[in-house]
Design a protein around this ligand. Sequence first.
Ligand SMILES: [Zn+2]
Length: 436
Amino acid sequence: MIFGNIFFLLVEKNIRKTHLSVYGDEMKRESGAPRTRLIGEVADLDARAQTRLRVLNCIRETGEASRTDIAAALKLSPATVTFVTSGLMAGELIEEVSSTDTPDTMKRGRPRVALRLTKDRFHVAGIKIARETMSILILDFNGREVAHLDVQLPQPRMEPAALVLAIRDGVTTACADLPGGLDKLAGISIGLAGQVDAGEKFVHWSSSLTHRNIDLGPLLSEHLPCAAFVENDANLAAKAEQLFGEARGLNNFLVVTVEHGVGLGIVLNGRLFRGERGCGAEFGHTKVALHGAECQCGQQGCLEAYVGSYALLRRADAAMGTGAVKTVRALVQRATEGDASARKVLDEAGQIFGMGLSNLINLFDPERIILSGAGHRIAHLHSDAVLEQVRNSVVNVDAPLPEIRVHHWDDLMWARGAAAMGIEQVSALKVKGLAQ
Ligand SMILES: [Zn+2]
C-alpha cells in the first residue's frame, strides 16, 4: 500500500452484466511509511543497469531487505547482489541499516544487515498543470510526501517559456523550506493535457499552451534545475491508478479522465500504450458526429466537444440562456433542483459518453474501465441510462462485460502519478550513471 487506504463504497450496482462501482472522494495516506511500487516503463537500459534497477525497486517495495532476501526475490546469485548493491551504495541510492529488533536478528549470532533507500537523499517533484492552476507535490525517493504547493497560473493557456518559468518558480518555492532545498531535487515530472511525446519531450498540442509543436526539452533543460520529464496527464492518471489506486494487480485496463476535456490512459500487458508518435489514446477527440460541435482542438464532432466541461457550459448557454450557469457544478445543481433544460444538457452528454464507452469496450476488451474525475463532473456519465446504453452497444458475447469503476479524485492525485513517474525516470538515470 503506497499512499494509503482508499475510502470508498458509496454505491455499488449491478445492471445485468455491466458492473459499476463508485469509489470514494480521495485516497488518504495511511500512517507509517508509504512505499512506491514502480512498473519499469524505462527503456534504453543495458542488462547491468536493468539489474540495478530491479534491485533498487525490490528494496523500495519492501522498505528494507537483506542481500539474501533480494537474491531470493529476484532469483539472482549472492555474488551478483553483493556487486550490484555495492554500486548502488557508492551512488548513495541505498544504505545499510543494522536491524537489532526483529526476531530473526540474532539467529546467526550477529545483527542482520538490511538495505534501504538512502533516507532523504533525493527528492522528486510531480506537477499537474490544470486550467489556471498548477499542483506541485514533492516526494522523497521512498514515495513519502514532503511538500505540496498549489500555484495560480496567470491564464489557462500560456506561452511555453512562461509556463516553464512558472514551473521553475513553483518548484523553487515548494523546496524553499526543505532541508537541502533545490539541491536535493533530482527530477521534475510534468503532466500536461494534450498530445505529448514523452520520449522526445515534444508537445504536439496542449490546451495549456498557446502554440502547437513545442519541443519542450530544450526549454526544460535551460530553465529547470534538474532532469525534467513531460507526460500526457491521462497517462499519469493511469500510472497513479496502477500504482496506488483501482488498477493494482491488473494488466489490461483503461482510465478515462473527465475535466475540462476528456482523456484516456491505456495500459496493455501492464504497460502504458502511447502510440507511435505519443499521440494515441485521444478518446476525447474520437469523432461522434459528422459536422458536429466545434472542439477546442479545432476539429468538429469530437466526443469532448459534447462531454468536456467547456462543452457542457456551451450547451447550457444555448439551452438556458447565456450565463445562466457559469460552472459545471452550478449546472449540476440546477439539474438536481429539477431544471429540465439543465437535466437535458447533462443527459445528452451522458448519451454521447455512453456511446464512447461502448466503443472503448469493443476496441480493447479491458478488464476494467476506471472513470476518474471530480464527483460533480462525472455523476451524469455513469447513470443507469448511460450504463444501459453501454450494455446495448457492446458486441454481444456470452461473457461478463468489463467492470466500470468510478474513482473521484483531486489534482493532487494526478501530481502523485507524475511524481511516481518521476521517481521511475530518475531511478533509471541514476542506475545508468553509476560507474561499472
Ligand atoms: Zn477535438
